[in-house]
Ligand binder design. Structure first.
Ligand SMILES: Nc1ncnc2c1ncn2[C@@H]1O[C@H](COP(=O)(O)OP(=O)(O)OP(=O)(O)O)[C@@H](O)[C@H]1O
Ligand SMILES: [Mg+2]
Length: 293
């Protein structure tokens, strides 16, 4: 199991070093990301994010459109490099968060800690293959491959025979509730089924981190609810570290062990749904909690 830590992570899109510093100082003075955009023309993805996601946790990231959710999750597998900050991952199982993870400096000395930003091309590729998998909003299946080929795809880099790869893929299709569709093509399936295939594909590579960016948002409510239940059931067995992005507070409350709320690139509050309900950090959080069904 794996802990994920972000320390002082900021992302200013499209700005060079000097311009970024200017933008960061405006943000530090309390300017909102909208004001920054208006006065400088630069988009603030994230500002000064400090977040520790615990091993085995299903952590939901919530916020309105443009609040920085996708930007945050894409930092974890380094699809995005931060303007500033540190990101590290502790790959060793431990109960609770080890003390050294409170500081990037101290974490750097630990043999089981991966400093995500220091990975060069090859180790980064390995990190993406072995440590993190991702489920996308629009499924991201390869249209000309069959279901079983899609699920087995990520296993091709492991030195397994085709029959071994297909056996693993078949197992995970069964686990997500899909039978007898191994040889179908994605466009023959409903949205809900395609997303189950996407989930099976992410699970088949057996990474300890699963990143899910609005993975269920494109599905209709009943199917969506079924997939939420399935994910919770799987997580009881798998105990992965899951980062789940949603803009739906009901989904966040149902799934999340804890929820982080983003607003304009800032992390407003992290807590259990009960903590957010009882002690909302501001009106924005309170409004979300009041909007629950
Ligand atoms: N590649 C990019 N270049 C410039 N600005 C970007 C880029 N990606 C994101 N942004 C900006 O960063 C901010 C955060 O975007 P992000 O996509 O992370 O939001 P989000 O919370 O995922 O929104 P949504 O719910 O719509 O998916 C937005 O203002 C967005 O316009
Ligand atoms: Mg997004």
């Amino acid at each position: 199991m794996t802990h994920i830590c972000l320390e002082n992570v900021s992302k200013i899109f499209g700005a060079n070093h000097v311009e970024s510093n200017k933008v960061l100082s405006l943000l530090e003075q309390g300017m909102s990301s909208n004001q920054v955009l208006q006065s400088t023309g630069y988009s603030v993805g994230l500002y000064n994010i400090n977040l520790a996601i615990k091993a085995g946790e299903l952590h939901c990231i919530m916020g309105l459109s443009g609040s920085g959710k996708s930007t945050l999750i894409r930092h974890i597998n380094r699809l995005i490099d931060p303007t500033l900050g540190k990101i590290w991952i502790d790959t060793q199982h431990s109960e609770g968060m080890p003390e050294y993870l409170n500081s990037a400096e101290r974490a750097a000395d630990q043999p089981n800690v991966i400093n995500v930003l220091s990975l060069s091309d090859k180790p980064l590729q390995q990190f993406r293959q072995n440590n993190v998998s991702m489920v996308f909003q629009h499924f991201g299946l390869v249209p000309h491959m069959t279901v079983i080929q899609n699920v087995a795809y990520g296993l091709r880099v492991r030195k397994l025979s085709k029959s071994e790869r297909h056996e693993i893929a078949h197992h995970w299709l069964h686990e997500v509730g899909l039978e007898n569709i191994d040889n179908s093509y994605p466009d023959e399936l409903s949205g809900g089924m395609q997303q189950r295939v996407g989930l099976a594909r992410a699970l088949a590579v057996d990474t300890s981190i699963l990143l899910m960016d609005e993975a269920f948002s494109a599905l209709d409510p009943l199917i969506r609810s079924q997939l939420q239940d399935q994910l919770l059931k799987l997580q009881e067995k798998l105990n992965k570290t899951i980062v789940f992005i949603t803009h739906d507070i009901d989904e966040a409350v149902k799934l999340g062990n804890r929820i982080s709320i983003l607003n304009g690139g800032r992390l407003v509050q992290t807590g259990t749904s009960q903590q957010l309900q009882e002690h909302p950090a501001d009106d924005y959080v309170e409004q979300f909690m009041l909007a629950r069904h």
